[in-house]
Design a protein around this ligand. Sequence first.
Ligand code: 13P
Length: 249
Amino acid sequence: MKKYIVANWKMNPQSVAEAEDILAYIDEYLKNETEKKERSLIICPPFVFLDDISKILSTSQLSQQAELGAQDIALADSGAWTGEVSGPMLKRLGVSYVIVGHSERRWKMGESDELVNKKLKTVLANDLTPIVCVGEKVRDNNFKEFLKNQLSATLAGLSDDEKGKCIIAYEPVWAISSNPDSHPDKPEDTLKAVNIIKEVLSPNTLVLYGGSVTSKNAKDFLLLEQIAGVLVGGVSVQKEEFVQILKNL
Ligand code: 13P
């Protein structure tokens, strides 16, 4: 089964030169890889690097293996939306995927389920593939209920066909490496969450895991049949570590 490795670079690195360096390192590894792997590699850089990275992806070994993702999308396709970047603009840059509902946008920037739902519909309306993040803030007795409610509100009003186009990323907020006392989830507990997501959506839904994924633990998640891949944050801009994750597959 093809596994997804999604690199959410967040607000990193700090220059195009550094971005190029990371990609050159990955490219070199892919060129020398002896065995061809069943994987989909998706790089989600900050908006300002999309144009440069799109060109790099189309002219290297990465063109065979990597696709471009964006970290956000505007609600409208054009017009008076200061600071926003629209779906058609992203498509023209070669973007195929868009992350919506990331916990940093939900909790640090106040994005509600309703707003995430609108963004999700905009991604779909632009024929882009959404990577929809969900996950609880605390793993308490209520977490399953929280997850079901967040998922239902985030995907409200979507047809079954549209739901089938969504990749869901289960990212418990407490597991994200930039949060205090973070630690990766136990794969057996991730499976409980993945089962809930599949119950609410469909057994065929692609569900990724994200939260403190490193080269040491990636395999624990990637080898599970029910998990379609990983969404990697901090480590995705550490080139050696990230290539180690690719080697896991
Ligand atoms: P970390 O891998 O740094 O925990 O981040 C996960 C994440 O938020 C990816 O979207």
